[in-house]
Design a protein around this ligand. Sequence first.
Ligand code: MN
Length: 312
Amino acid sequence: MTAFAFLSNTSFLKVPANDSGRPFAIAGVAWDGSVTNRPGARFGPRAIREASHMLCDGTHPVFDVSPEAALTDVGDLPLPNTSLQGMRAAMMPLVRTLIAQHHMAWLGGDHSITLPLLRAYRQHFGRPLAVVHFDAHCDTWKDHFGEPSGHGTWVYEAIQEGLVVKECFVQFGIRSAGERAARDYVRDQGGLIHTARALRGLESPTQLQPLVAQLRERLAAHGHPPLYLSLDIDCLDPAFAPGTGTPEPGGMSTNQVFSLLEEMADLPFVGMDCVEVSPPYDHADLTSYAAAQFVWTYLSARVAQRAQNTVA
Ligand SMILES: [Mn+2]
C-alpha cells in the first residue's frame, strides 16, 4: 500500500514506512467530519506521531521491550473528507488489506472510524469481537440530531449489527450527560460499564486487577473472542487531556488507564484505535503525549507477549 502523507509529517516512533514484513503497523485515519462539538481530530495522527518521538530511545519500563523493530507506519489512509459514507466506503478495502498483513494500531480521527474497523475485523475473524472501550461517552446514541450515524453512535450500531459479543463489551470512564437508555445500553445488553464515578479512588494495578479478572472470566466463558481496544482520549479528565472535541470533567487519570492497560497485557488483543485527539485544543501537547504513550504501551505489551509465546 502506498503511504499517503496528507497530514502527517513523519512516522510513529520514527519507524520505517510501509514495511509489509513487520508484524505491527500504525495507520492514521485523519477524519473528523462526524464530530458533534469541536472539530480538529483530523490533526490527531500527526500530533500523536510527533509526540511518540520522545519514546524512541529506550525500552518500556514495565515490559522491557521496544516495539520499533516489529513496527512499520503506513501513513494516513487516503480518504474523502466530507462524506461519512464515502469515507467509510473508501476505508473498508484499505482496512481489509492492512489487517490481513499486520496487527494494527489506528490513530484517529473522530470515533466514527471505529464502526468500519469493527466491520472489517468481524469479517476478517469470521466471528464477533470482544471490546474494551475507554470513553467519557457511552456512544450508544441512536442518532445525532437526525443523522443516523456519527462519532457517538458506533457502539449502538456495532451491537445492532452483531459485530461484537455483547457480554464481552466493557466500558471504562463513562460519565457524560445522556438519557438513561443510552447511558446504560451496554449494561442492559449484558455488557459491563465501569463509570468514571465507580472508578474514583481506584488507580493502582492492585486496585484495578479485579476488573480485569472479571473481563478475563467473561472472555473465557464466551470462547475467547478476539479482543479489540477502542481508546477515546476523552476518557481522561480534561486536566490530563484538554485537547479533545468533547471534554467531560471528572474523568480518569492517565495512571488509571496505564494500570488497566498493563493489567490487560496478556489478553488476546487483535488491534486498537486511539481517537478524538484534537491538537488545536491541546495545551503543552499533554493530550498527544498521553495518546502516544498509550499506543506505545499497547504495542510494547503485544511485542513482549509475542516474544514470550515464541520462546514458550
Ligand atoms: Mn468520547
